[in-house]
Design a protein around this ligand. Structure first.
Ligand SMILES: *Cc1c(COP(=O)(O)O)cnc(C)c1O
Length: 238
């Protein structure tokens, strides 16, 4: 059997087990369901069994899906309300719809993006929750702020109105080796500690995906971004 409710249960059980193994409190590890490439129908299936937060990478897909989810919620009399997180690369000409449609943005990696989100966030929606994406694997192709420039970026973002700096996010280089995975997550956790020591009180480490959840939990993740383990294999051709 592999249905979304079943998969969610399996993921929650894995989180509980890993939390126990690494002496973590499972209630401090949030689960973001990454629904990119999956349908509004699949989002609502997860929503109806208690999954609240959903992560999207592509803006137009996300906005279309949000509208479809709203329609489905009405048709199904579903009272649960989804919380949307933007986790993909951000072009500066796309910040306005992001500021208007999402509760969280995990992929802020430069000041220009942060200041535009700050200016464009509608006051009535409350603060936009922000994570800074850090390039911890050091590959030229990956997005994320260089660790050397993180403190300066955090200091600038922290003072922007209508944004609330919550923490750090990373997508490390893929590896099957849990020790390699842990080393990368440990670097992000240490960068988080450095910010706290510099009086930037963050509370979020957005790290860990379907293939490296356990390593992320071991190193202090407070938000796992899990797609395929919940929704199944992605088909980018559709
Ligand atoms: C797609 C994606 C995920 C989820 O990946 P899975 O391996 O399907 O769990 C998490 N974070 C980001 C930034 C992604 O783009």
């Amino acid at each position: 059997m592999s249905s979304i409710p079943h998969n969610l249960q399996v993921v929650h059980d894995a989180i509980t087990l890993a939390a126990r193994r690494y002496d973590r409190n499972p209630t401090e590890i949030a689960l973001l369901a990454v629904s990119k490439t999956f349908s509004a129908n699949e989002v609502v299936q997860a929503l109806q069994v208690g999954q609240k937060s959903f992560g999207e990478n592509y803006l137009q897909e996300a906005i279309d899906k949000m509208q479809q989810v709203e329609q489905l919620r009405v048709e199904l009399s579903c009272t649960a309300i989804p919380e949307w997180h933007f986790i993909g690369p951000i072009q500066s000409n796309k910040t306005r719809p992001i500021a208007e449609h999402f509760s969280w943005v995990h992929s802020v990696d430069r000041e220009k993006i942060a200041s535009r989100l700050s200016e464009q966030r509608p006051e009535a929606l409350g603060d936009l929750q922000i994570c800074l994406q850090v390039n911890i694997s050091g590959e030229a192709s990956k997005s994320g702020v260089d660790p050397d420039q993180l403190l300066e970026l955090a200091q600038r973002v922290q003072v922007l109105p209508r944004l609330r700096l919550r923490g750090l996010m990373a997508v490390p280089e893929a590896s099957e080796d849990i020790q390699v995975q842990r080393a990368a997550f440990q670097r992000l956790a240490q960068l988080g500690q450095t910010l706290i020591q510099k009086n930037i009180p963050i509370d979020t480490l957005s790290m860990g995906m379907s293939g490296d959840m356990e390593a992320a939990i071991a190193e202090g993740s407070t938000m796992l971004r899990v797609g395929s383990a919940i929704f199944g294999k992605r088909n980018y051709a559709v």
